[in-house]
Design a protein around this ligand. Structure first.
Ligand code: ATP
Length: 319
């Protein structure tokens, strides 16, 4: 393989730049040229492609977002879109592709591999919702952003003796809510992977206030619905005033943590190794601190699950 391409696709996440850098530097280390594809599959179909050299990925390891930009494209989901992309890859002499993104982006990588272009997926999303990897690039940074926000809310919660509800991102996955709730000692964590009733939430709240607690923090994953709804339901049942904070897109930005930079460096480099070994249609990930490769079709058949032992631990510690 003489030349590979790299693109970022779907939602951006902190650490994507560190992954791009790793792909470029690892390939160049092995004497393989790299093309950067701008704006994901949309840019690929529109031939928005430039050569990346050693210097073009300098000074980006610490920056959030993605220097290549990202996009979503409905056209790419069609055969015509994919053949247009392949035509451009061939015209640019690109023989393999690293796709940094979420599960939707991986499906695109799988389609390209089926049509003859070797593509490898690198998991980049703050949601940590991809099977076959313990962590996705960006999750740790988002987690730390959430924790910093909850710490601040906790200060005012203590001063005002109120019930605070914090809605965090994660799409259908509860990881971000679970880990941030555990790390911040939230009284209650509501995630889609665990059943709950508002009566349970209320009885936990009452138990806390009965033993003299001054405030309560409830972390709600966006996957269960809106934090505002949860607040209204609690107020209806208890008369307690709830303050709701929806953290929103601040969770997607910021300087990547050391963990995300190292994860991105390892997975980006490993993806290039896999391509150079002739692999295609796979995703790379980290399992028990080891880089692993899994067929995308096999990975996407599995469903990501939260670690239920962490849910139990959070409940035990917030009595
Ligand atoms: P995030 O989890 O951050 O949303 P994602 O990669 O899952 O990231 P999607 O919007 O689902 O984000 O997918 C990104 C792009 O991948 C889509 O806009 C589309 O171009 C391509 N894609 C998604 N699904 C498919 C598919 N089934 N076949 C071909 N391409 C796809």
């Amino acid at each position: 393989m003489k030349k590979i391409g790299v693109l970022t696709s779907g939602g951006d996440s902190p650490g994507m730049n560190a992954a791009i850098r790793a792909v470029v530097r690892k390939a160049l280390y092995h004497g393989v040229q790299v093309s950067g594809i701008y704006s994901g599959y949309h840019g690929l179909m529109n031939n928005n492609i430039e050569t990346l050299d050693v210097g073009s990925v300098g000074d980006i390891i610490h920056r959030g977002g993605t220097i290549l930009g990202t996009a979503r494209s409905e056209t790419f989901k069609t055969d015509e879109g994919q053949y247009q992309a392949i035509e451009n890859l061939k015209a640019n002499g690109i023989e393999g592709l690293v796709v940094i993104g979420g599960d939707g982006s991986f499906k695109g990588a799988e389609k390209l591999s089926e049509k003859g272009i070797a593509a490898v997926g690198v998991p980049g999303t703050i949601d940590n919702d991809i099977p076959c990897t313990d962590f996705t690039i960006g999750f740790d940074t988002a987690l730390n952003t959430v924790i910093e926000a909850i710490d601040k809310i906790r200060d005012t919660a203590t001063s005002h003796e109120r019930t605070f509800i914090i809605e965090v991102m994660g799409r259908d996955a509860g990881d971000l809510a679970l880990w941030s709730g555990l790390a911040d000692g939230a009284e209650t964590i509501l995630i889609p992977e665990e059943d709950f009733t508002i009566d349970d939430v209320v009885s936990r709240l009452n138990r806390g206030y009965d033993r003299g607690k001054k405030h309560s923090i409830i972390v709600v994953a966006e996957g269960i619905g809106s934090g505002m709804d949860v607040g209204h339901q609690i107020t209806d049942k208890t008369g307690l005033e709830c303050r709701v904070t929806v953290l929103g897109h601040i969770q997607r930005g910021g300087t990547p943590t050391a963990f995300d930079r190292v994860l991105a460096s390892r997975l980006g480099a490993y993806a290039v190794e896999q391509l150079l070994q002739g692999q295609k249609g796979i995703m790379v990930g980290l399992q028990q601190n080891k880089e692993v490769a899994t067929n995308i079709s096999e990975a996407l058949e599995r469903k990501h699950t939260v670690d239920h032992s962490l849910c139990k631990l959070a409940r035990e510690l917030s009595i």
